[in-house]
Design a protein. Structure first.
Length: 263
């Protein structure tokens, strides 16, 4: 009996340590998403079956105990059939200080109210969390998950290093992370060196996507060589590609992007 009890206990411990099931909330997103940022974008030319739009909704400035939304001021025109969802950039107003729980709570309310007002099915958070903000950011994401409707998908952007050697999002309650493979700064060479031996993966139980800029030809060439942009390698690079254009979007830029990701 004692041996049986020990075996049952070990089985329960094993089950409790199992990896959580991967979230499927973002699975209905198409294979390509373009970011509409601080440009006037008239995107009636998009193929709505292949492409969604993640639009910049504004920047949330995180103060010492509050948060303020600086709303998007640029035009955005879409076909009714094009799926779109908001992206919130979050920045710390006092860069030498960690973000307070109070300001994260205020940011949560801003996002919740906006999502409910727009009846958004997805929302994306763009925040470059510093090491001393990581614990509070994870709590913010946990609280956001609890306050949003259960069917709303939460996507976050992630520095490339967070999806390689500096994984800390393992327990983040998110539905998608997007590895930002542009504007990588001095860590770019290290990231591509690490990618020779490991795949991009935040470690979270979520979809793993890749973000690129159509303006960074050299970086995109390296991603092609590493097998992260080609259509046949989509299982390696993740469910979808997010694309940014610093000049905004027109039909020509969009068609060139389609050619690149559908090779």
């Amino acid at each position: 009996m004692r041996i049986l009890s020990i075996m049952v206990m070990l089985a329960l411990l094993t089950l409790s340590g199992c990896e959580p099931e991967r979230s499927t909330r973002c699975d209905s997103l198409p294979p390509l998403v373009i970011w509409s940022w601080t440009s006037d974008d008239r995107l009636q030319f998009l193929n709505s079956t292949k492409t969604a739009v993640a639009y910049y909704a504004g920047t949330i400035m995180l103060g010492r105990s509050n948060a303020t939304l600086l709303r998007r001021r640029n035009a955005l025109v879409l076909n009714a059939s094009t799926l779109s969802f908001p992206v919130f950039r979050m920045e710390q107003a006092h860069v030498t200080e960690p973000v307070s729980a109070a300001s994260f709570d205020q940011a949560l309310l801003i996002i919740k109210d906006y999502v409910e007002e727009k009846h958004a099915r997805f929302v994306q958070i763009d925040f470059d969390a510093r090491e001393n903000d990581r614990a509070a950011y994870l709590i913010f994401l946990k609280n956001l998950r609890a306050r949003l409707p259960a069917n709303v998908g939460i996507s976050i952007t992630a520095l490339a290093s967070w999806c390689l050697d500096d994984k800390w999002l393992n327990h983040a309650p998110i539905d998608e992370s997007v590895a930002m493979m542009f504007s990588m700064g001095p860590g770019k060479n290290d990231a591509f060196s690490a990618m020779r031996n490991q795949r991009i993966d935040s470690g979270a139980a979520s979809a793993q996507s890749v973000g690129v800029s159509i303006n960074e030809v050299e970086t995109n060439s390296l991603l092609h060589k590493a097998g992260y942009l080609q259509k046949e390698d989509r299982l390696r690079c993740g469910p979808r590609i997010y694309a940014f254009s610093s000049l905004g979007w027109n039909a020509e830029r969009y068609q060139n992007l389609l050619k690149e990701v559908e090779k």
